[in-house]
Design a protein around this ligand. Structure first.
Ligand code: ADP
Ligand code: MG
Length: 210
């Protein structure tokens, strides 16, 4: 399969051409139609399999231009390094799309992030701790979130973020799509899925050679 076989928009196609990517990875190929369908999704695949684009391609495919200030897509990742990395990947992919992407994480003055949030964004990438702080401060309104992505959820739970994740769920509208990606299916991950996901579609990419 090539990127030509995926129903991308021209701005996405051009951005992928600029990156020099020729073929979607297996998780990207499988996730695209399922994430696009709006159903809850759980994807399990090892590090380095291209999970960021697996959820970002279908999300960017359908995200329409808007002037509204409150974010419509929320991406949770466990660490500040990952926030920075995911924001960079989105910016590369959204090179020809008018979109506001904001990354927030701990270690930066909270007031700075409150101000950034008040300026408005379409896609918010956050660590659970900083998002929780912004959410409880009520500066950040999460009622417009249509899609929640939890990336590296296994790491997030290992770091002890279950409390923050559950409290963030409370701030989100009930009608939303949940997308979760993990390198491993641990007991904690399975418990979170059981509690909060509605009939999720599961995608698992086997580790080659095992
Ligand atoms: P994961 O989250 O599964 O660890 P990433 O999404 O971080 O993987 O992707 C790993 C690397 O592969 C990144 O540098 C990314 O730009 C690159 N990549 C992603 N998709 C493709 C593709 N279809 N073809 C070539 N490289 C890709
Ligand atoms: Mg990743």
């Amino acid at each position: 399969m090539t990127f030509q076989d995926i129903d991308l928009s021209n701005p996405l196609r051009n951005a992928i051409d600029d990156l020099g990517f020729e073929n979607p990875t297996p998780i990207q190929e499988q996730a695209f139609p399922i994430v696009r369908s709006g159903k809850d999704v759980v994807g399990i695949a090892q590090t380095g399999t291209g999970k960021t684009f697996a959820y970002m391609l279908p999300i960017l495919r359908d995200l329409k231009f808007s002037k509204q200030l409150t974010p419509r897509v929320l991406i949770l990742v466990p660490t500040r390094e990952l926030v920075v990395q995911v924001v960079e990947e989105i910016e590369k992919l959204a090179k020809y799309i008018t979109l506001r992407v904001l990354g927030v994480y701990g270690g930066v003055n909270l007031n700075r992030h409150k101000q950034a949030v008040a300026e408005g964004c379409d896609i918010l990438v956050a660590t659970p701790g900083r998002l929780y702080d912004l959410g409880v401060s009520r500066v950040l309104k999460l009622k417009s979130i249509q899609k929640l992505v939890i990336d590296e959820v296994d790491v997030m739970l290992d770091l002890g973020f279950r409390f923050q994740i559950l409290n963030i769920f409370d701030l989100l509208p009930e009608r939303r799509q949940n997308v979760m990606f993990s390198a491993t299916m641990t007991e904690d991950v399975a418990a979170l899925i059981d509690d909060f996901f509605v009939a999720p579609k599961k995608i698992a990419i086997a580790v080659s050679g095992t």
